[in-house]
Design a protein around this ligand. Sequence first.
Ligand SMILES: *Cc1c(COP(=O)(O)O)cnc(C)c1O
Length: 384
Amino acid sequence: MISEYLPFALPDIGEEEINEVLDSLRSGWLTTGPKTKRFEEDFAAFTGTGTEAIAVNSATAGLHLALEAVGIGPGDEVITTPYTFTATAEVVRYFGADPVFVDIKPETFNIDPEQIEASITPRTKVIMPVHFAGLACDMDAILAIANKHGLKVVEDAAHALPTLYNGRLIGTLNSDATVYSFYATKTITTGEGGMIVTRDPEIAKRCRIMRLHGISRDAFDRYTSTKPAWHYEVVAPGCKYNMADLAASLGIHQLKKAWSFQKKREAMATHYDEFFSDLPIILPPKSLPGDTHAWHLYVIRLTEDAPVTRDRFIELMSEKGVGCSVHFIPLHLHPYWRDRYNLKSDDFPNALKAYESAVSLPLFTKMDEDDQQRVIDSVLEILG
Ligand SMILES: *Cc1c(COP(=O)(O)O)cnc(C)c1O
């Protein structure tokens, strides 16, 4: 059992991760170096099929670099969902470009492809789908729209490691780039970190340059190449987005566990479902046959028959010692996005409705059976 209070999420760090960090500390190489290189190689082997993997210090950084690499500029439009974390849309603003929000499908919380097509203008450059909770978006439809209109696709896969779509791993579809997050609460973690995956060598090259000050070779090459160690060339005003070896040390071992973590999460989600089917709850959507859900989040929706409001439910769960969360407060309800684009709360009725009834229950691999039973008992006491 975790402790008196069961938090909403906890990382699952083993002795292998700890020893790898100690090894880096003892080696004297803390920043981008051999461990980051190995993590990238392992990651590219994991996604396979000719992919390159570029490690960065967050998914936000990765999304920023991916948009830069596909050529986003001022006045361009990027179509995305309001049902996401602000990072997805904020990186668009870094370029003076504009996110164009389109509503989600009420069943999946994922962007509605039909509404994407209706929102395309001559300024549209990119579609940015978000695989909410780890459930794949309708990528065939999204990629077909992108193809038809000559648009780029950058996938926000912060929740989607590992997610399968039509039997293929998210990250290996025909999009331009896919970005994963290794934030502390995500399915695998490096504390802070992210990975860009692409099959386009030009995008990969540009991201590698831009993640470290626009320097044309990264620090690892700089210190191991046969050219004079002091020599480097700046070819663009880049960013400081490189991953440190301390973080990559965690990532190397977390990645090896990605599928076993997924299996545990899936089993826990199924276990929740069994207890909740008779309650005033809409259970989380399941993946389609041939797909695999990463189960980053287990999001229930309270129905109108529930004896308590969503907010009260979370309070009562907390009083019973169980931490819950809400994913997400849709972007159009936040002051910045609302005021910048003059958005009304009912502009995205499906996102609004999902938000008003959604609760994310604890679902993480360090929970044992007793921990999960505590969550189940608390839910049954409040809603049963
Ligand atoms: C966590 C998250 C991000 C940002 O990830 P960081 O690694 O913290 O930058 C982006 N998009 C979504 C949907 C997320 O949940």
